[in-house]
Design a protein around this ligand. Structure first.
Ligand code: NAD
Length: 429
């Protein structure tokens, strides 16, 4: 690596981060903090324009963090490919969505093409996007080699390091969360590890890029499957007249061999509903086998919004009200508590299904700016009038800054998918 050695122990390089989203921006900020010269490259002019003016678009990064990074003179948010020139390390953190149920690697491919022209001898390229095993070596390496005329592992280092960012988690942040690192060969792995050792407290090298890629998919599939397990159990427990929340709480008293997961209205965000399908696609494509756990978990978790609507219909029925024409106030649009991230949020399906049944739907969420919903579902402030007018308040995402005292005081019926509220008017999922 061709960086500047400082104090005899730290190598500060010129870093390019492709993608300044939930993953790329915190990485860029941390790298500036420890002394790197950082080019934050993205194709989204709104994000780059905002960053250049000191505006964040990621929950865990504040405007002050961006302003401080800009003030060092070592952070350049940009859309210009030429700004990548002369990098020592490039990290690719671009989206990996599904397209008609199959992995869509087009963002990785285009990012690879953009960076390839600037790959030099001795530099390091790391992929962080979540993807199926084999992507780094089978998809990214050929693009970088074609564009640079160099060979990965011999002329430049290439590796994969999955991101584990947990938005809103104050204990486990970018610096404190151990980071799995890998390379296409041993020297690449060492280069990747040397880079991340400057940013995080602990790096965990693994044998190869496929092991690192599968590590990320295992972590997310583990959560996906366990959430599906409690989601299914929640439905059976309700039918049996058993309080699932108390069951999970009691099981959590076991000091070993149990980890609590909680039922909810479904899974959302960029990871859980998508990543396990990268795994099942790869297994089916390469081995001709099905990934039964993933399929069952998908089936159960995707059904949860419909289950929420069904339970609310039952609750309204008990109150002699049809869902058609009832006023439904949805609390929380984000897929996760205290987050503004509404990607793949199950709230969207809950809203759409109530609308399809003829309900009069209104929505409250102070965290989510961009409206990801049908225009018929108006955004409303959480006023006494809105609460008393609602035939049911459905708590989909329990942000901390909501006045829940007012909710239980003024609402006549609350359906709580998160086990957050305690009052006579509250029914838990
Ligand atoms: N968000 C999370 O919590 C999380 C956690 C772990 C892993 N991941 C994975 O990390 C990857 C990125 O996720 P994210 O949440 O940061 O997505 P994001 O949408 O927040 O950010 C990705 C950014 O990449 C930009 N982009 C697209 N093509 C580009 C290109 N060719 N060059 C430069 N920028 C480009 C987009 O404009 C966007 O701003 C995904 O594979 C995701 O699965 C996400």
């Amino acid at each position: 690596m061709g960086g500047l050695v400082t104090g005899g122990c730290r190598v500060l390089d010129r870093l390019v981060v492709l993608g300044q989203g939930y993953v790329g921006l915190p990485l860029a900020m941390r790298a500036v903090e420890v002394g790197f010269d950082v080019v934050g490259f993205d194709l989204d002019d709104v994000k780059i324009g905002g960053l250049a003016r000191g505006r964040t678009h990621v929950d865990d990064i504040s405007d002050a963090d961006v302003v401080a990074a800009l003030a060092t003179g070592r952070y350049l948010p940009t859309m210009a490919i030429c700004d990548m020139a002369a990098f020592d390390v490039a990290v690719i953190a671009v989206p990996t969505p599904l397209l008609e149920g199959a992995p869509d690697l087009s963002f990785i491919q285009s990012a690879g093409q953009m960076v390839a022209g600037h790959v030099r001898r001795g530099c390091t390229v790391v992929l962080e996007s979540t993807t199926y095993p084999g992507t780094t070596e089978e998809v990214l390496a050929p693009i970088l080699e074609r564009g640079s005329g160099l060979t990965a592992g011999r002329d430049f280092h290439l590796g994969y390091s999955p991101e584990r960012v947990d938005p809103g988690n104050r204990t486990w942040n970018f610096r404190t969360t151990p980071k799995v690192v890998s390379g296409v060969n041993e020297t690449s792995c060492q280069a990747v590890q040397q880079f991340y050792d400057q940013l995080v407290l602990c790096t965990v090298p693994v044998r190869g890029t496929r092991e690192a890629e599968l590590t990320k998919l295992l972590e997310n599939t583990f959560r996906h499957v366990n959430i599906a397990l409690v989601n299914e159990l929640a439905q059976h427990s309700f039918a049996l007249g058993i309080d699932i929340w108390e069951v999970i709480s009691a099981a959590s008293s076991k000091p070993f061999g149990f980890m609590p997961f909680y039922p909810g209205p479904g899974v959302g965000g960029h990871c859980l509903p998508i990543d396990p399908s990268y795994l099942s696609w790869k297994i089916e494509r390469q081995l001709g086998n099905t990934s039964r756990f993933v399929e069952i978990a998908n089936d159960i978790n995707e059904h949860m919004p419909a289950y929420v609507v069904q339970r609310v219909m039952l609750g309204l029925n008990q109150r002699h009200k049809p869902v058609n024409g009832s006023r439904v106030l949805i609390l929380g649009l984000a897929y996760k508590q205290n987050s503004s991230d509404a990607r793949e949020t199950p709230a969207r399906q809950v809203v759409e299904q109530f609308l399809a049944l003829g309900a009069d739907v209104v929505v409250h969420d102070t965290h989510v700016d961009r409206h990801p919903l049908d225009d018929r579902a108006a955004r409303v402030p959480l006023t006494t009038e809105q609460l008393t007018n609602a035939d049911v308040v459905v708590l989909v995402t329990d942000h901390d800054d909501v006045d829940y005292g007012a909710v239980t005081e003024h609402a006549s019926y609350v359906f709580d998918t998160r086990n957050r509220l305690r009052a006579d008017c509250v029914e838990h999922m």
